[in-house]
Design a protein. Structure first.
Length: 146
């Protein structure tokens, strides 16, 4: 009986500790410290890589920074475009394409923090999308006037 009385007296504390442990175990964080409550978003638009170390994704909502030279880059794999899906805009690999990225983002700074999955699309997919057709990146090789 004494054990039962002790349990009853300590039950509120036991309940609080057990609940905290269960909630913590049920809501894991990622290895990089990103809480799991930050749900994934799929963003589709123009993936622009104008120069080494710089990349953005422009979708119907905003221009999202993927990488900026001299700062940390987004975690995860960038999309890999086939030749007909990529518009060269300069020397080397500079250019842009149409892609959908499943991401974690920082909406306040308009930064993509982690690319979970990258899927490339035909250029026509972005060119036909009314929200994106006027946002196609500048092509200095095509738009150059002598």
């Amino acid at each position: 009986m004494m054990c039962s009385a002790r349990f009853k007296a300590n039950f509120p504390l036991w309940l609080a500790v057990t609940t905290t442990l269960l909630v913590t175990a049920a809501s894991p964080a990622f290895a990089d410290g990103t809480p799991s409550s930050d749900h994934l978003r799929t963003r589709c638009g123009w993936f622009d890589n104008p120069s080494p170390g710089n990349a953005t994704l422009t979708d119907r909502d905003a221009e999202w920074t993927v990488a900026q030279q001299g700062t940390s880059s987004t975690k995860g794999q960038w999309p890999t475009f086939k030749r007909p899906q990529w518009v060269r805009t300069g020397s080397g690999t500079a250019g842009y394409g149409c892609a959908c990225l499943k991401v974690r983002q920082d909406a306040q700074s308009l930064t993509i923090t982690h690319i979970i999955e990258a899927r490339t699309n035909a250029l026509s997919a972005c060119r036909r999308d009314k929200a994106l057709m006027t946002l196609e990146p500048f092509n200095s090789l095509k738009n150059h006037t002598p």
